[in-house]
Design a protein around this ligand. Structure first.
Ligand code: AMP
Length: 281
C-alpha cells in the first residue's frame, strides 16, 4: 500500500493506472477504521483492480459545537487495517491540501436535507457534498462505496452523482454491527461503559418497529412512538430524532408502504449515535 498526502501525486499514479485500463474503486472515510469501513474496502477490492481509501476528517461537515477537534484519529492503526483489507492507495491529505487558504466554491445540497441529520446538522451535507466532489475529481473512480449506516448520505451522494454528471457507479454496503447489534462507528469509543451497554437498544428499537410494521402497523406516528418509548425506557441517551420516510426519496408517508426507512439519532454524553433499518412492504 502506498500512502499519499498530495492530490497531484495521487492523480499522477492513478492516471498511469487508468492508461493501463485498471478500474478504480474508492472508499471515503474519516478514519479510526473499523469493520464497517473494512466491509466497504473488501467490496471495492472484489470489484476493482485498484482500491483507493481516503482518510480525512472534513472540517466543512462539522458544526461549530460538534466534535471536529475530538474526533478520534490514529493513522498507524488505520494503515494496518487498510493494508489487511486490501487498499492499494491511502490518501491522507491535510485540511490545507484539500481547501487551501480561501476556497471560492462549495457544493450546496438542496434536496433531501430538510429531515434527519440534515435538519439537525445544518450545513453538514453541503460539507459532505463538497468534499466528496473534490475526492471524486481527484480520484476519478469507476465505483464509489458508501455505507447504509449513513443512509441519508447515500441518498444525497446518489443525487450528487446524477446532478453533477459524475460517471461513477454508487455501490451501497449494508450496516456492519457488533455482536449485540450496535452499528459499528468510530464514535463508539466515546461511549461510557454503561452507555455502551445501553447503546444496543437503538437497534433493538428498530427491530421492534420492523416487527410492528410486518405485523400490520401502517401508521408512522405509532411506529415512531414505539421506538421512542423503547429508547427512553432503556437508555439514558437523549433522543435527537426518530423519523420514518420513504427511501431513498426521504418523503413523508401518511400510510406506510413501499421502501421505508426508520432512522434514529441518540445523544449520549460524549457521542451522538445514528442507526437505521429499511423495511420493504
Ligand atoms: P465515516 O468514516 O464514519 O465517515 O464513514 C465512512 C464510510 O463508512 C461511510 O460510507 C459510512 O456509511 C461507512 N460506514 C461507517 N460505519 C459503517 C458500518 N457500521 N457499516 C457499514 N458502513 C459503515
Amino acid at each position: 500500500m502506498k500512502t499519499f498526502t498530495s492530490a497531484i501525486e495521487l492523480q499522477k499514479v492513478l492516471r498511469h493506472d487508468r492508461t493501463n485500463k485498471k478500474s478504480v474503486g474508492y472508499v471515503a472515510t474519516m478514519g479510526y477504521l473499523h469493520e464497517g469501513h473494512a466491509s466497504l474496502i473488501e467490496n471495492a477490492r472484489r470489484e476493482n483492480d485498484i482500491v483507493v481509501l481516503s482518510i480525512f476528517v472534513n472540517p466543512l461537515q462539522f458544526g461549530p459545537n460538534e466534535d471536529f477537534a475530538s474526533y478520534p484519529r490514529d493513522l498507524d492503526r488505520d494503515e494496518n487495517l487498510a493494508v489487511n483489507a486490501g487498499v492499494d492507495y491511502l490518501f491522507y491529505p491535510t485540511v490545507d491540501e484539500m481547501y487551501g487558504e480561501n476556497p471560492s466554491v462549495k457544493v450546496v445540497v438542496q434536496n433531501r436535507t430538510d429531515c434527519l441529520c440534515g435538519r439537525k446538522r445544518p450545513g453538514h451535507f453541503d460539507g459532505v457534498a463538497t468534499v466528496v466532489t473534490k475526492f471524486f475529481n481527484i480520484i476519478l473512480p469507476d465505483r464509489a462505496y458508501f455505507g447504509m449506516k449513513d443512509a441519508q448520505q447515500v441518498a444525497i451522494i446518489d443525487g450528487l452523482i446524477q446532478d453533477l454528471n459524475f460517471p461513477i457507479e454508487l455501490v451501497t454496503v449494508d450496516i456492519v454491527r457488533e455482536e449485540d447489534g450496535l452499528a459499528r462507528s468510530s464514535r463508539n469509543v466515546f461511549l461510557l461503559e454503561d452507555e455502551r451497554h445501553e447503546a444496543k437498544e437503538l437497534y433493538q428499537s428498530l427491530l421492534r418497529a420492523k416487527d410492528a410494521i410486518i405485523s400490520g402497523e401502517r401508521n408512522p406516528q405509532k411506529v415512531i412512538a414505539l421506538v421512542e418509548e423503547h429508547i427512553k425506557a432503556r437508555t439514558k441517551g437523549k433522543i435527537d430524532y426518530v423519523e420514518i420516510y420513504q427511501y431513498p426519496e426521504l418523503k413523508l408517508l401518511d400510510v406506510l408502504n413501499g421502501n421505508i426507512i426508520i432512522a434514529v439519532a441518540v445523544k449520549f454524553r460524549h457521542a451522538r449515535l445514528i442507526d437505521n433499518i429499511i423495511v420493504t412492504l
